[in-house]
Design a protein around this ligand. Sequence first.
Ligand SMILES: C[S@@+](CC[C@H](N)C(=O)[O-])C[C@H]1O[C@@H](n2cnc3c(N)ncnc32)[C@H](O)[C@@H]1O
Length: 239
Amino acid sequence: MSRDGQRRNLYGRRQGRPLRAGRRALLEARLPALQIALPDPPGRLPAEALFDPLPDRLFLEVGFGGGEHLAWQMARHPDAGFVAAEYFITGVASLLDQLPAEPPPRLKLYIGDARDLMECLPDALFDKIFILFPDPWPKRRHHKRRLIQTPTVDLLVRLLKDGGELRFASDDPGYLAWALQRLTAHPALRWQVRGPADWRYRPDDWPATRYEQKAVAAGRRPAFLRFRRKPRQSVPTDP
Ligand SMILES: C[S@@+](CC[C@H](N)C(=O)[O-])C[C@H]1O[C@@H](n2cnc3c(N)ncnc32)[C@H](O)[C@@H]1O
């Protein structure tokens, strides 16, 4: 359900093979302290409802899959807070398996459609947003299922701080063209690119995900895009 009451269908898998008992126990023990509940009735969730105190830097990962990238970024940025959304519960269990025994107070998880969460969050919250290898939905009749749509780009832009960074990766040429078209069309985003090396190679502070490794093993060539959010006062149409 979207936050304005319209039905939003989830098309991907919610679960893989049945979870092993250990993973199920992990979810039961750790998830309650980490999980974000959306406001009911729908409305905005204050940043302090996520973290108190609020870390100076906040990162968001949308569709974190098995959680390798998220766990890596958390280990490298011990001062930052992390918000992450995923509806594949097997992936959530895999993330928890990689974290230290005590659930870190600087991580919050939303189990569901990331767009429902993002719609509730306040403006200018995140320093970085990661969308890595979102499902490409290659068939034309499925393109409307793609995560990158103009309203989602508006949402991402609203959530980024001035100067914040959006990272996007895909190994699907059709989705890459689709996403580039929509992301570069936004007046508040500037693609950080001077030449092909800037999208052909992953920067050092961007670890490979499991999905990327599979794509490369299958002979596909991923692209890595970085966008900078322009300062609000420099964009005439920015609210
Ligand atoms: C192809 S996988 C990539 C996973 C991971 N980012 C990686 O690179 O390994 C896409 C993931 O995004 C999740 N996903 C897709 N749409 C989503 C949405 N609207 N909200 C939350 N998660 C979503 C899927 O469940 C899936 O785990």
